[in-house]
Design a protein around this ligand. Structure first.
Ligand SMILES: Nc1ncnc2c1ncn2[C@@H]1O[C@H](COP(=O)(O)OP(=O)(O)OP(=O)(O)O)[C@@H](O)[C@H]1O
Ligand SMILES: [Mg+2]
Length: 337
């Protein structure tokens, strides 16, 4: 496999998985495994926020919030507008200092650590605003992130791997491998500005992964995507999470996708944790249904939530599945359906 052999492609419409990719995917994973820093904290909790509180003037954005992301799991953070989700990310990430509470990464207290020091310990983040260079190609965007990873990885730099040319070749191969995993290898030579929003989102995620994070915070990665592309993006994230052994914490208004893909779900409301548990437990929680899922349904006319009108049915399906699996649906769990 080589980036120079990548063919430019121009497939239209939704992103679909490419046929016959298994062997290529395995090879891409092997290339990335050799390139990225070794995994940290294979077991236990990757990220723990304990009793996090922060206020802006009179607004209590977070009140004694407890959130735990076990290592190598996919964690969803849900809640209505203004619930404190992005603030929670800012605090976990180090952009904002909590008024009280502690944060640990793989058991290490990082509460007072700056964002870039948390990044060195393996925390990555994507923002809602797109930070790609639109005039460069997909490959160039991924490659520039790979160069950052080389710079930031003293082991790779020290070992040298045979000098600058060899290191450049390794970076290119790693960037192309990421392009394969993202399902957009046919666009390696294409300019980012020529691609649709869904593919740009993938490149953005790929750029953050090129730095080899163990924990990734994703704030509304499916914002602006239609239902099909959002669905495909979530499936991709799930696969990347498993393949690369990542811990993903994700904020998303696209509730159905979170319930379908997450291992663990937290629901925030007005700065407080409303509920937490498996997707089935959270969807069946009467408080969540009364305080959050019910109001989400009322938002359908604002088109703020994709497929909002079908949410009640979907939540009911999740509950039915939960009951079939032996998770008791709590009293009143269907009152908002
Ligand atoms: N820098 C700030 N100064 C003042 N108030 C702030 C600041 N940042 C957030 N807030 C307030 O804190 C509360 C939580 O905001 P936050 O952005 O975390 O919500 P959110 O759950 O991410 O919402 P959304 O779904 O709309 O993105 C809101 O009331 C918001 O107005
Ligand atoms: Mg937000």
């Amino acid at each position: 496999m080589s980036a120079t052999t990548a063919e430019a492609g121009h497939s239209a419409g939704h992103i679909v998985s490419e046929a016959g990719v298994d062997a290529e995917r395995d090879q891409a994973l092997a290339v990335l495994e050799a390139f990225l820093p070794p995994h940290r904290g294979d077991s236990g909790d990757a990220l723990v926020g304990s009793n996090l509180s922060i206020a802006f003037g009179g607004v209590k954005a977070l009140q004694n919030v407890n959130i735990t992301a076990p290592s190598k799991t996919f964690v969803g953070l849900l809640g209505p507008n203004g619930a404190g989700k992005s603030t929670c990310f800012d605090v976990l990430n180090g952009l904002k200092t909590p008024d009280s509470g502690t944060i640990t990464m793989f058991g290490k207290d990082v509460t007072t650590m700056r964002p870039w020091d948390r990044a060195k310990l393996g925390m990555g983040r994507t923002f809602q605003a797109n930070r790609l260079n639109h005039d460069l190609s997909v490959g160039e965007n991924l490659l520039s992130a790979a160069h950052l990873a080389i710079k930031g990885n003293p082991i790779t730099t020290l070992l040298g791997f045979g000098g600058p040319r060899k290191s450049e070749q390794r970076a290119t191969e790693a960037a192309y491998a990421m392009c394969v995993l993202l399902g957009i290898k046919d666009h390696w030579h294409d300019r980012v500005s020529d691609l649709d929003f869904g593919r740009q989102r993938r490149i953005e995620i790929g750029r953050s992964l090129m730095c080899g994070p163990a924990i990734v915070l994703l704030d509304e990665p499916a914002a602006g995507l239609d239902a099909d592309d959002a669905h495909a993006l979530f499936a991709l994230l799930r696969q990347l999470q498993r393949d690369l052994g990542l811990t993903i914490i994700l904020v998303e208004h696209y509730v159905k996708a979170v319930l379908e893909n997450a291992d663990l779900v937290y629901v925030l409301n007005q700065g407080q944790l409303l509920a937490s548990g498996s997707p089935a437990e959270v969807a069946a929680d009467p408080v969540v249904r009364a305080e959050y899922l019910g109001s989400v349904l009322d938002l359908d006319e604002t088109a703020d939530v994709i497929e909002a009108p079908t949410l009640a049915d979907e939540a009911d399906e999740v509950i039915a599945e939960a009951e079939a699996e032996g998770v008791p649906a709590k009293q009143g769990s269907t009152e908002n359906a």
